[in-house]
Design a protein. Structure first.
Length: 280
């Protein structure tokens, strides 16, 4: 009689089993049962067949996967980013650089994956809303990316495993996204063996390659599109250009010089609320 083990020696049957199962964990366990199966299942060609089947089933992340570990990561990342905020980490509009609590669970899930996959690398693309003024866009997105790196470090992901790109307004000025709190964000990507998860949105391709900021680290800022105007960060985390800050201080000083008449002065002489000066 022919046993199941004998049948599995036929490579076509093993490959068919792989495309039917598509579960990298079960396939990895199966590969441990026989030396022949191990050499077949761990082969790049076998993983590529499984990835092709997953891609045909509507899983765009499977494109390019050539190992069961990549496929396993792709499944885990798809699960981690299956919530309403996807792979986004949101910040307060107006120059905020602290990750909003509602999106911090993504960081917790990322840390779990970082411990599970030792070769995993993380990349952060940070953005501001298109309404952010010149002199602040890249500075703020740089600070947001650095904040995400710090959050991951607090969860055990060392900084050498992370890279960042501070896009400023380069993407947000082109994308068809609502100009609300979701545009003040960073996007978290997971990379293994040169394959990145989840797949990037099409709006990243809207910026020509020669105009894209370089990939950097938290210690090495990305290229700044707004270097001509210096800025300063206020205690509340808001970033203001020095020129605007000086104007606010002068307006405040004029209001103080009016003394007791300040209550009767026209409201237009008062310093504007700094929170209304920056949307991004």
């Amino acid at each position: 009689p022919i046993s199941i083990g004998d049948l599995l020696y036929v490579s076509e049957i093993t490959q068919t089993l792989g495309t039917v199962s598509c579960d990298p964990r079960l396939l990895a366990q199966l590969s441990l049962t026989q030396r022949h199966l191990h050499s077949t299942i761990t082969a790049t060609k076998f993983a590529a067949l499984v990835a092709k089947e997953l891609h045909s089933q509507g899983n765009p992340w499977a494109k390019g996967c050539n190992s069961l570990e990549m496929i396993s990561l792709g499944i885990d990342v798809a699960t981690a980013c299956s919530y309403g905020t996807k792979n986004h980490l949101y910040f307060q509009m107006g120059g905020g650089t602290t990750v909003r609590p509602a999106t911090k669970p993504l960081l917790d899930r990322a840390a779990v994956l970082g411990r599970k996959y030792q070769g995993l690398r993380f990349h952060i693309d940070s953005h501001v809303a298109k309404g952010a003024p010149a002199g602040m866009a890249t500075t703020t997105s740089q600070a947001r990316a650095t904040a995400v790196v710090a959050e991951l470090a607090n969860r055990g992901i060392t900084e050498h495993r992370t890279t960042i790109t501070a896009w400023g307004r380069k993407i947000s000025s082109l994308w068809q996204e609502p100009e609300d709190g979701t545009s003040a964000r960073a996007e978290l990507f997971f990379s293994l063996g040169g394959v990145q998860f989840p797949p990037r949105e099409a709006y990243y391709s809207l910026v020509p390659e020669d105009q894209r900021p370089p990939i950097g680290t938290a210690e090495q800022p990305s290229d700044d599109e707004d270097v001509d105007e210096r800025s300063v960060r206020l205690p509340n985390g808001q970033v203001l250009p020095l020129g605007l800050l000086r104007a606010l201080m002068l307006a405040r000083q004029r209001g103080d010089d009016n003394g007791d008449d300040s209550d009767d002065s026209d409201s237009s002489d008062r310093a504007p609320d700094a929170r209304k000066c920056y949307v991004g």
